[in-house]
Design a protein around this ligand. Structure first.
Ligand code: RM4
Ligand code: MN
Ligand code: MN
Length: 424
């Protein structure tokens, strides 16, 4: 199904007067208003193809109905999200969950919805039917060269798919690790991982990047072969300029200061991008901003400062992507909420009075520094996001538009109540 612009415009009209009032009131107090609106209008966050169906846990999975049954239907869903929020103009594929059978046709279909392809993700954490060697004991770090070769070949194949689709980055997350002390020689595991990554790196097209994700535990519970940002950074540094570290917000032990990690990676030019989600305990993959929106804001505060210092383009120079899973919510609504939360944090970070903050820092005025940050954080920036959306042709209120237009109902009629999407 495809949303027509007039459907959205009609809904917007009902709320327009209210919105204008709120926007004008807020706008009066913002000195860099036009700059903020411009930056918001070009800031997009990629949608992962694996998050368009209902996720689950190892205890069960409860489908919500109307899930996309194919890559084409996933593209359709991202098209719906983008039509509503005008902030999700790309899709990130996980191979082999979503193999583009006919790449040119898939690319054309996506373009019809105003979408392109973001990073492609490889998967050597599951065995696929007919696969020669098992990844039970890892992939790129494996003790057996044959297994490593198979995993390398898979990554090279993923690059090939991505190349056909116009992607520009390969994103690698390994579940490689060990579950018990003594199981693994850490040094050899690291060396094998690096050696395997080198081969993959050599297959990257000239204008491609490779993003190396880290995660402290799960599915292995004693060690992970790329466990934290230091290990990812070490690999990325050994590999070269095309390699960087990918930060998945759920991949940190509790209490980790993620904003500090982000700041230092940016300083070294090694921050590749993000997998956004939120978490209470571990890799919970919850809706972005649902648990700790302040942390998200603090991350964006560092991002904006660091990117401006390096003269980077906010919208283009890092990978912005959601990596979430939805157990009890409609995935489309959840993704809309996530994108909204990211853009709110971004907008708030753009409101920070940088000069004043720098002054406060230089004078060790701790209380004032906190006031300046929280002044921005406590600003209700939703009217800014809404304004930027309507200027781009999106919905003033994407979730209520989605509900008003009864989109899930149409998708269930089209795809059935028991359709199941590939993915998590
Ligand atoms: C992992 C990691 C990866 C994602 C898989 C599905 O925990 O976050 O990025 O591809 O989950
Ligand atoms: Mn991730
Ligand atoms: Mn994860």
């Amino acid at each position: 199904m495809r949303l027509e612009k007039h459907q959205i415009d009609e809904l917007n009209l009902r709320e327009l007067a209210n919105h204008k009032r709120r926007f004008e009131f807020l706008g009066e107090g913002i000195s860099n208003l036009n700059d903020v609106l411009q930056k918001l209008s070009v800031f997009n966050i990629a949608i992962p193809s694996w998050a368009l169906g209902t996720g689950g846990t190892r205890f069960g999975r409860f489908s919500g109905g109307g899930e996309p049954r194919s890559l084409e239907e996933k593209i359709e869903d991202v098209g719906i999200i983008h039509a509503l929020n005008k902030s999700s103009n790309s899709i990130s594929l996980h191979i082999p969950w979503d193999i583009p059978g006919n790449a040119p046709a898939v690319r054309t279909l996506a373009a019809q919805y105003g979408l392109h392809f973001d990073a492609v993700n490889s998967n050597t954490f599951q065995d696929q039917p007919g696969q020669k060697y098992s990844y039970k004991f890892g992939s790129l770090h494996h003790v057996d060269k044959e297994v490593r070769k198979q995993a390398i070949a898979h990554n090279i194949e993923v690059i090939k798919y991505g190349h056909e689709l116009g992607s520009k980055a390969l994103s690698i997350w390994l579940s490689d690790g060990s579950s018990f002390p003594g199981q693994l020689n850490f040094r050899k595991a690291f060396e094998h991982t690096l050696e395997s990554l080198r081969e993959i790196y050599q297959s990257l097209p000239a204008d491609w990047k490779v993003w190396i994700e880290y995660k402290p535990y799960e599915p292995n519970f004693y060690s992970t072969s790329i466990a934290d940002w230091g290990q990812s950074y070490l690999l990325a540094s050994e590999l070269g300029d095309k390699a960087g570290t990918l930060v998945d917000l759920g991949h940190h032990l509790q209490g980790t200061n993620i904003e500090q990690i982000v700041s230092l990676l940016l300083m070294k030019g090694k921050l590749a991008g993000f997998h956004f989600n939120d978490s209470k305990y571990g890799d919970d993959d919850l809706t972005v901003g649902s648990i700790n929106p302040y942390q998200l804001f603090l991350i964006f505060a560092e991002l904006v400062e660091g990117m401006d210092t390096r003269g980077m383009n906010h919208a283009r120079d890092l990978g912005w992507m959601i990596d979430a899973s939805h157990n009890v919510k409609d995935p489309i609504e959840d993704l809309i909420q996530s994108v909204e939360a990211i853009k709110m944090a971004y907008a708030q970070a753009l409101l920070i009075d940088r000069k004043e903050l720098l002054n406060a820092q230089e004078n060790n005025d701790t209380a004032l520094a906190q006031e300046i940050l929280q002044q921005a954080y406590r600003t209700d920036v939703r009217p800014l996001l809404a304004e930027s959306r309507i200027r781009s042709g999106g919905a003033l209120q994407p979730i209520s538009a989605y509900r008003n237009l009864q989109i899930r109902k149409s998708l269930i009629i089209e795809r059935g109540i028991e359709s199941v999407a590939t993915g998590l």
